[in-house]
Structures are given as C-alpha cells and as structure tokens.
Design a protein around this ligand. Structure first.
Ligand code: DCT
Ligand code: MG
Length: 401
C-alpha cells in the first residue's frame, strides 16, 4: 500500500534494493549501477551463465515476448528480447532498480520499459496483453505438440481452430506421422524430463550401443550437460573411435531398441554431411549428421535410486514416454557436434556471431573455418575450439545463456 499511497499523492516511488544505493531523489530509475554492469559483454560466450537465474521475473517475461515476436515473424524484436533475457540471466544477483542495469549491453529503451513495469507493479501489462491474445494462446498450444511448427500452427489457427480437441476432430486435417505421435503421447512428452530420468535413459541406450559396438561412446548433451535439473527432451551424441565406423550404427541401435519394446516412435535422418560442401554459406537450422528423433518408453523399474518417473500423482501405469534425440557424427567432427549440441541456443548463436564478427571465422556444428587463412581449423575437444577462437574456455554448466 506504500506504493499506491504514493501514487495517489503523486509522490515519486523508491524501490528499495539490496544492490543499489537508493538515490536521494527517490525514483526507480535513479540508483547507482553495480560496478559489475560495466564489464558485461554483448556476447554470451564471453559471459558465464549458470542455471541459477536471479532475474527470472524478468527473463520469463522476455522469453514470452520473444516467442510472441517469433509467432509474428518479427525477427528483430525476437532477438532483442532473447538477448535481453540472456544478459539478465548472467547477472550474479537480482536487479532491484533500473539504475542497476545502466551500462549493460542488449537492454534497449523497449526492454527497459518492460523491466520498469515489473519493478513498479510486480507484473508486466505488456506480457499479460500477449498472454490473453487468442492467436498467441492458440499458436503456443499448437506448437507444444511434437512435430508442429509455427507454420502449421498458423495454418490451423487461420482455419478457425483453437484447441487440440478441435484439431483431432477436424476431418480435413492430415497429421503426419510425427504429429500423430505428438498427439498420442502428448500428456507424457509435454511433462518435463528429470535428470534421474535422463540418466536412466543414458544407461539403457549406452548398454544397447555397447551390445552392438563395444567401443562406442554415448555422451549426454543439451540442457542436462549444462547441469539443468529438467528438460523437454534428452539429447545424446553417439560416436565410435574409428572414422566411418559410425555408419549404420544408429540404425542398428534403433532396431535393438525396437526389439526391446521401448521404441514408441522413430524418425531417422541419414547423414547428408559432406566436408567438401563446407563452409556453408547460409545458416542452417539443422546439421547434416545422421540422427534420429525418438520417443522412448521408460519403465519405472529402470529408474535408479534417485526418484521415480515424472507423471501425474494417481497415474497407475508404470512407465512414461520421453523424447530423445540421438546424433551420430563422425569422430573427427565430434568436438564441433558436442559444442553445438550442448547449447544453449543463445550461447551457440553468440559463439557463431563472435566467430564471424570478431574473428572472421565461420563456426557451425560441423567445423570452424578461418576465412582469412582459408582453412579449416581441426579440433579434438571443445577446448581446442575455444582456443582457436581466442576465447577463455567456458564450462558446459556456464553456458546457460
Ligand atoms: N541444437 C542444434 N541443432 C538442432 C537442434 C538443437 O544444434 N537442430 C542444439 C541447440 C541446443 C541443443 O542442441 C539442445 O537442443 P534442445 O534440446 O532443444 O535444447 P536444450 O537446451 O537441451 O533444452 P531442453 O532442456 O528444453 O531440452
Ligand atoms: Mg534438450
């Protein structure tokens, strides 16, 4: 009520903070910036970002605004919101006043106005407007189905469809195989996957791979490698020490998973990787390695000690479905694939941008190319790649940008 009282009386409002010295002039915008703000880089690969996010109240809002911009195909604003969220995630403490973000990169007038709303009112009217928008709600719901991207979601929305039930009831809609699996396992795969579940899957797939190729290696990548407790899927890289021996391995692993009765869905993509076609001129969303997008059946009994399955209380069935991505790069591309698949997406974007803008190099999931020297830089570890880029090594758990 101190706030509403001061508003009524037209008095300026002080937002008390732990990290800023409240200015005597007492407005939300006028407290001194922490010294740390002055040396935060615009590149996520020059920042350390753990899973501990002290500014979730802002970053959640920015991520929703980014998603909305993406639905509206507003690329500029989308990137601006994503970058703002990423910078705030890297801060060592919570922002309590606008003064604290002075000098930080990637925070423009627009994003600052949103933050001011949150600081003063404890909520963002802008994001509430977005959340109550019928189109946003429908597109968010539709794209939450595995296999449904923004284009398909938009098409369904334009046909007047608003709920998943309506889509399933619409006779003229032809779902592809991936979308049918997405709907079939919707309740399970829209539930977060826990670290314990990821570890259980790791053991299962590793055992399967070893049975086929005893010298194969399975690496957990994606969010779990960055130390996240939960994810929307589980990402793995599968390799063998000898070049070329990876060919056909993934298909055999898939067959074996099917024999074990745990393969609920599989979309396999053969390798289209061709070193002679690199460096790629345009940015591609997907790399060219052999991979498969799976839905696996995880049994309660396969969970080791630390925790049961993530499912609704009262759910009696002893298994759940989990989304798994399995990628099989040739071993000489392993370091690049590992770096790329570890993410986060924002960290990867900024690594590539840094390489291009600051080093005249071209980085993707396959290779690092020096455009001045006109040569590919070899790497057997992630450390090698950071070294080529002249960057201090950033540990996976510091890449949650
Ligand atoms: N990636 C990639 N190419 C793709 C898809 C993903 O290089 N076509 C990278 C970017 C991040 C990483 O792989 C893992 O992708 P996600 O599983 O989507 O992200 P995540 O960080 O693991 O998030 P979540 O915890 O929600 O799975
Ligand atoms: Mg993932």
């Amino acid at each position: 009520s101190w706030f509403t009282d001061s508003m009524r009386e037209g008095r300026p409002v002080t937002v008390e903070t732990r990290h800023c010295i409240p200015a005597t002039s007492s407005t939300a915008t006028e407290c001194s910036p922490p010294t740390a703000a002055t040396n935060v880089s615009q590149y996520a690969c020059l920042r350390r970002t753990t899973t501990e996010n002290h500014n979730k109240i802002f970053t959640d809002v920015f991520e929703e605004l980014a998603e909305n911009s993406e639905f509206n195909e507003s690329k500029g604003p989308c990137l601006a919101f994503r970058r703002a969220a990423s910078v705030l995630k890297s801060l060592p403490s919570a922002v309590h006043c606008l003064g604290a973000i002075q000098g930080l990169p990637c925070l423009g007038e627009h994003t600052k106005a949103v933050m001011e709303e949150i600081l003063i009112f404890g909520r963002s009217f802008k994001v509430e407007e977005v959340q109550s928008d019928e189109r946003y709600q429908a597109l968010k719901l539709f794209t939450s189905v595995f296999g449904v991207g923004p284009k398909t979601a938009e098409k369904w929305y334009r046909r007047g469809l608003r709920s998943l039930k309506e889509i399933l009831a619409e006779p003229n809609i032809q779902l592809n195989r991936m979308q049918r699996a997405g709907f079939l396992y919707y309740m399970d795969i829209s539930k977060a996957v826990s670290k314990a579940e990821a570890k259980a899957l790791r053991s299962i797939i590793e055992e399967t791979a070893h049975w086929i190729a005893p010298d194969s290696k399975l690496a957990l990548t994606g969010g779990f490698r960055r130390g996240k407790e939960y994810g929307h899927d589980v990402d793995f890289l599968l390799t063998v020490p000898e070049m070329g021996k990876e060919e056909g391995l993934l298909l055999r692993v898939i067959d074996r998973l099917r024999d074990q009765g745990i393969l609920l869905y599989c979309e396999h993509q053969g390798s289209t990787f061709d070193m002679s076609k690199l460096p790629s001129r345009r940015f591609e969303a997907m790399d060219h390695f052999e991979k498969c997008f799976l839905i696996l059946r995880l049994e309660e009994g396969q969970m080791e000690g630390d925790g049961g399955l993530q499912k609704d209380p009262g759910e009696s069935r002893g298994w759940r479905a989990v989304r798994v991505d399995l990628v099989a790069p040739p071993v000489d591309r392993y370091a690049f694939a590992l770096l790329g698949w570890t993410g986060s997406r924002q960290f990867e974007r900024d690594l590539r941008r840094f390489a291009r803008k600051e080093r005249g190099m071209c980085l993707d999931n396959h290779a690092l190319y020096d455009k001045t020297k006109k040569l590919f830089l070899p790497a057997t570890s992630e450390e090698d790649i950071f070294a080529h880029l002249g960057l201090e090594y950033v540990e996976p758990w510091q890449r949650n940008a």
